[in-house]
Design a protein around this ligand. Sequence first.
Ligand code: PBG
Length: 336
Amino acid sequence: MSLDPAPLRRPRRLRRTAAIRDLVQEVRLHPSDLIAPLFVQDGTDAPTPVASMPGVMRFNLDDLQREARELTALGVRGIALFPVTPPALKDPMGREALNPNCLILLAVRAVKAAAPGLAIFTDLALDPYTTHGHDGLLTADGTDVDNDATVAVLAEMGVLHARAGTDFVAPSDMMDGRVAAIRRALDAANLTSTGILAYSAKFASAYYGPFREAVGSARAAGTRSLDKRTYQLNPANPREALAEALLDEAEGADVLMVKPAGPYLDILAQLRQRTLLPLAAYQVSGEYAQLHAAAARGWLELEPCRDESLLAIKRAGADWILTYFAKDVARALQGS
Ligand code: PBG
């Protein structure tokens, strides 16, 4: 076979100058793609850093309000709030979750007052509140999470969050039937405008370690993680993940989410082909930590790797990306 000495097709023409490259760019990041996860803590302490997540802070309510305003000014349209529950308020049943003045509800009200234009997402799961760190109530023998008893509590929690003003409740527990139960409870309480962002394909991932440090949720002795494999998905099962997501759609979810994001781009891309709902992806704490760790050693350049990781998630099909890089990226995009 002879090689054509002068190829007719020269794809490099479209990469020749910065102007042409910009004109042909297919996928772009925008601040309104990003949702910033924020940790909120009790009391009046100055922001406390999370050791394994450089640049990430736990905020008191005043500092949370300031952060919400700063994010708004940078063009970010949504935040996901996570409470750091004081250990004294935890018990095996996670009762604090139903306290009408618990930290997360105070945080929702505070952000709504400070930055009313920002969309708020709050998790429905019991892990911030339970001494054992599982996302639900345990069965009588303590060996598993009790599905239906947990769903009943999540539905009650959803009503409290919605009344406080959250825009979307985000069940992150992976119990069966929870989206339908939460939707019914919200509708019965006349909270028909509150949306559900379903953590639909949430995998039993080892990348959640730094998050569990940030919120102080329990981990199994001697490890960084707790075994949640009876409810979170097996990382080896793409078909099961898609089935879960389509079930959440059928149960009334408004937006579906894949989590983690970077290691599960195939799931995102396949789900994009199978639903017309908006898709979110959660670039989780471990994905953030690994880029920072490599950058701190001088092994990777942080900003280009950060942007590439987010572009990849968007390219795979995500409309929204929950990312701890949200503020940095929004700031960088403002200058661009
Ligand atoms: C709680 C929850 C977790 C994360 C978000 N919500 C941890 C877990 O499931 O154990 C992890 C987020 C991250 O790692 O950034 N259900």
